[in-house]
Ligand binder design. Structure first.
Ligand code: PGA
Length: 260
């Protein structure tokens, strides 16, 4: 079962995750981070930036992003390549050569998924994967119906996801229709999954992912198949969990040595 941690604020949740990642990188400077885009992980990157300022060196660490839009012009500010460059690579002082994002250019898109899978496997995989969850329950851009065995490939975004992401673009029409995303099978290969969710808008998806039936109709429920999962929530995102009293009890009585 996933470990569910409910922190008073998203900043507190982000600090907990950042402390864990910082200690991972201190122990293994060449650690590999799985990074996500969207609003949810931003406080984690901010907290990691503070850890960097306090002396944690990310220059030898690597990162793999979950997904990318297909067909945005090269360098588009909302391409995930650009977002990861701003929010992660530059902020943490990572080596751009070690930060990987799926290639969403139209030319050669047929092989983008396979190339990314090969790069991840050749690298040796991801040590810790940060995940948000969409209101549709998606992980990465694996929308409902995605196979739990799926690998990195081109997918069509749902209308809901396009509307959710329209806030980053001038209009809904500008939101791409397609993406390249790590599959659920790819994500499940990471050695530790950390699913973050904040705010009431995520409560239903979180409850379905953590406590609902394991089903391709709820991609987030794939986390129930992974041996090491930490779910980090604020009280609003935790509000629909049936067993939240138990999670709180386990959290309050956790042996200090266990970490996350
Ligand atoms: P958000 O998106 O962090 O911007 O809410 C999460 C997601 O779509 O996976």
């Amino acid at each position: 079962m996933a470990e569910v941690l409910v922190l008073d604020t998203k900043e507190a949740g982000a600090a907990l995750v950042a402390d864990h990642i910082a200690s991972l990188v201190r122990d293994n400077p060449r650690a590999t981070l799985g990074v996500a885009t969207g609003s949810t992980p931003l406080p984690v990157y901010q907290a990691l930036g503070e850890r960097r300022a306090a002396g944690v060196d990310f220059s030898q660490a690597s990162a793999f992003a979950l997904d990318e839009y297909v067909g945005l012009p090269d360098g588009h500010v909302e391409s995930y390549r650009a977002v990861i460059d701003r929010e992660v690579t530059q902020r943490l002082g990572m080596d751009p050569e070690r930060v990987h994002v799926p290639d969403g250019s139209q030319v050669g898109i047929e092989s983008a998924g396979e190339r990314y899978e090969q790069a991840m496997i050749a690298h040796g995989g991801v040590d810790i994967q940060l995940l948000g969850i969409g209101s549709t329950g998606h992980l990465g851009f694996n929308e409902p119906g995605s196979s739990f065995a799926s690998l990195t490939r081109v997918k069509t975004l749902t209308e809901q996801t396009r509307r959710d992401n329209a806030r980053f673009f001038a209009s809904l029409d500008e939101v791409p229709m397609h993406c390249v995303t790590q599959g659920l099978g790819t994500i499940l290969r990471a050695r530790h999954l950390v699913l973050l969710a904040f705010g009431e808008g995520k409560a239903a998806a979180v409850a379905a992912a953590v406590e609902g039936p394991v089903s391709a109709s709820m991609p987030g429920s794939a986390i129930q198949l992974h041996p090491k999962v930490t779910v980090v929530l604020d009280p609003a995102a935790a509000s629909a969990l049936r067993h939240r009293d138990y999670y709180r009890w386990a959290q309050d009585n956790k042996p200090d040595w266990q970490g996350i």
